[in-house]
Design a protein around this ligand. Structure first.
Ligand code: GLY
Length: 457
């Protein structure tokens, strides 16, 4: 089995890792890959933007399966081109990838089909968007560029003036290029966010473990927004009942809506959810591909086949007959190590000291390169995603943090608090349990004393 993975980040390294752990006889090719993936796959130096060359590569290699990692080649129609050549490919067509590449279109679909999400309006003019904020939304409010903006096009505004500034940046200054031809003015939702992925054949879903991302650069969720500084799984709020609820009220109606609109979605549907206290899970956004860094957290926990459902979907088969995913016990925590200057102007070229780690630590390369002297150097904003697997969440959290600290290069930045919400939840639950135990022991002691007194009198 020959599999071509398109992409060169931590997500694609995690996909390559999961597939090669599942089946050591798979012949993996990655393009453009990275020095970490190079330990698992042959590397072909084709850029993810060169869709024609990617099709030629898949044909030349006679790939049995192509897996497309990033959103840009999906939005550019790589899957459509491969399907025309009858090459099995895992990922949505360009039209279906609009679920991520056109937030305006997707919001309209969700509101039409009654899929739970925040109310929003789409505007093309500054005057129209400002009027929406002034007259109908107020603050806090969320302003979003409609198109692909590398995770940076969503601006949460606490005042009306901040919202005006965000609208100006998107529509007037074109801070996100053509992604900002339209902007959404969206009601602010409160609650905790959850990333839930599902592999889908367009009709049925196989949900994965829920994960929580950490978008801000600094501890305590401070600093600028990033592509994601870390993630963990499982999330104790993500119960089987919640997953069933999201499947029934969000995944399946979305797939139905996309079929009705003539753009059936197959591949990996990523629901970015807000777990609102009053009305349950609502969609913040959909992505048309595996999330980064959640994939680096989730896939090392997989105890069943990833290839089987991916191949079934790529071959146009239904997945309801395949078994649901099985997961190992314990927890997984991923800490991203980023370059100096990330997210605005990450510095490249710093030499990296990468120690060796035990099997319970996986170091996924995201922004690394080897120079002509074989020295490993930084080459991107997020440089590594360091995943620790352990029996308990607390152990995984500590091991991930300690492993990240051992990777050395000038200006390395990483968060020391990945999973702090889960740590708080577990502490609160332990305190509640202890209080209940104390109360039960007190009641029992009082009952005993009352019985003794009754016996004595
Ligand atoms: N973790 C956010 C994303 O993949 O878009």
């Amino acid at each position: 089995m020959k599999i071509l993975i398109v992409g060169g980040g931590g997500r694609e390294h995690a996909l390559a890792d999961a597939l090669s752990r599942e089946n050591t006889t798979i012949d993996l090719i990655a393009t453009p890959g990275n020095p970490g993936i190079a330990d698992l796959a042959r590397i072909a130096p084709v850029a993810t933007s060169d869709t024609i060359a990617l099709v030629h590569l898949a044909q030349h290699e006679r790939a049995d399966l192509v897996i497309v990692g990033p959103e840009a080649p999906l939005a550019a129609g790589l899957v459509d081109m491969l399907q025309q050549e009858r090459i099995p490919v895992f990922g949505p067509t360009a039209q279906a990838a609009k679920v991520e590449s056109s937030k305006a279109d997707t919001k309209a679909m969700m509101l039409t089909f009654g899929i739970p999400t925040a109310l929003a309006e789409t505007h093309r003019t500054v005057a129209g968007a400002r009027e929406a904020v002034r007259l109908r939304f107020g603050a806090p409010v969320v302003i979003k560029a409609s198109g692909l903006a590398a995770g940076k096009g969503v601006i949460v505004c606490t005042t009306v003036d901040e919202a005006y500034a965000a609208i100006d940046r998107i529509l007037d200054d074109k801070a996100f290029g053509d992604a900002g031809n339209e902007c959404l003015v969206e009601s602010f939702m409160t609650g905790e966010e959850l990333s839930l992925f599902a592999i889908t054949d367009g009709h049925n879903v196989l949900p994965m473990l829920g994960a929580q991302d950490h978008k801000r650069l600094l501890d305590g969720d401070n600093g600028p927004n990033t592509g994601g500084m870390g993630a963990y799984t499982p999330v104790s709020m993500c119960t089987p009942k919640l997953v069933d609820d999201v499947t029934e009220r969000i995944f399946l109606p979305t797939l139905h809506a996309m079929r009705r609109r003539g753009s059936p979605f197959t591949g990996l549907l990523y629901a970015g959810l807000m777990l609102t206290p009053e009305e349950g899970p609502k969609v913040v956004e959909f992505n048309c591909r595996f999330g980064d860094p959640e994939t680096q957290t989730i896939l090392p926990m997989l105890n069943s086949s990833l290839l089987e459902p991916m191949l079934a979907v790529a071959r146009g088969a239904r997945i309801h007959s395949t078994t649901p995913f099985a997961w190992r016990n314990g927890a997984s925590v991923t800490t991203v190590v980023a370059a100096d200057g990330y997210p605005d102007t990450p510095r490249a070229g710093d030499a990296i000291e990468l120690p060796s780690f035990s099997d319970s630590i996986r170091v996924f390369h995201a922004g690394t390169t080897r120079d002509s002297d074989r020295v490993l150097r930084t080459s991107g904003g997020r440089v590594f995603a360091v995943t620790a697997i352990a029996e308990s969440f607390a152990d995984a959290q500590r091991a991930s943090r300690e492993a990240a600290a051992r990777i050395e290069f000038d200006g390395a930045i990483y968060r020391r608090d990945i999973g702090w919400r889960e740590a708080e939840r577990q502490r609160d639950a332990a305190e509640r349990d202890a209080a209940e135990r104390d109360a039960a022991e007190r009641d029992a002691a009082e009952r005993d004393a009352a019985e003794r007194n009754a016996g004595a009198s």
